[in-house]
Ligand binder design. Sequence first.
Ligand SMILES: Nc1ncnc2c1ncn2[C@@H]1O[C@H](COP(=O)(O)OP(=O)(O)O)[C@@H](O)[C@H]1O
Ligand SMILES: [Mg+2]
Length: 329
Amino acid sequence: MSEAALIEVENLRTSFAVGSQRVEAVRGVSFSIAAGEVFGLIGESGSGKTVTGLSLLRLLPPHAAVAADAMRFRGEELGRLSDAEFRALQGVQLAMIFQDPVGSFNPAKTVAWHLQHAIARRRACSGSASGSGGGDWAEEAAQDLRNVGIRAPERVLASYPHQLSGGMLQRALIAMVIALRPALIIADEPTTNLDNLVERQILELIRAQQKKLGASVLYVTHDLGVAGEICDRIAVMYAGEIVEMGPARDVLERPRHPYAQGLLQTSASLERRDEYLYELQGEPGGRGDATGCAFAARCPQAMAQCRTTQPRLVEVGAGHVSRCLLHEQ
Ligand SMILES: Nc1ncnc2c1ncn2[C@@H]1O[C@H](COP(=O)(O)OP(=O)(O)O)[C@@H](O)[C@H]1O
Ligand SMILES: [Mg+2]
């Protein structure tokens, strides 16, 4: 993989022990994210997007088993780090914005307390290399809040999490993450609970801050419109696998995998408010046939061999791959 990659994931497999069963949530996912790149993971609910992000950050519960051929950060194998070494990275170099910001805050502490800790943590890790080692944290915190569009930072700093609206709290969380100056931000559907206007503002904010910091972003969303606005490259996940990956524009304008095509048609049909809503048939994320293509049972173009042969990712354009037997004919 390229030398400029910030994160490289090879053949990630994550499963959960549920009763006497094993649920395979991620089944051999490989991708890399370049420095300064926004990489999107899209797909229906249950396709393994969140579990992919949580696997990277070692944030899964004990009944999860995570295996990978490689998970490298700046060329260093993450699997070799002890939990203590990993924690030093996680939350500073690697930071996460969750769909529900509430869980990222201590309800008994003010926003000021949280920002002070984030700033202190970054300073402890970077010394004064960032040039802000000796500055007043309160001033920096207020500026971080202004950067995320909060006009009265003093009021927000003095607030407890429950005193803020969802949109305001999500902004405060983004400010907290930005205060860390992370190299990689994992954002998991960070605008899903917000209304449209706030969603647009938050998206612009993440993009602007990402550009300013030169950070890379792993952006998880089920919303293709959002993905098109923010992502440089996109991977489409289905039933724990990447079925298509490439430059955002190519994947969204010329999708090659039948699942990606269906997903786009559904999304376009929703946007046009069609009377006849195009809908993908079948269970979202269903594994379908165990031996062949995961999507075969729902695929309008399925052939007999799709039920018996596992498709590989095939190059269908420049930096654009798709996992479908139709490409191999
Ligand atoms: N903590 C867990 N325990 C057991 N199964 C889980 C757990 N978290 C996720 N899963 C399963 O893993 C699969 C992928 O989930 P997830 O990554 O959350 O999907 P997405 O984020 O794409 O909606 C789903 O089948 C889900 O039920
Ligand atoms: Mg999710």
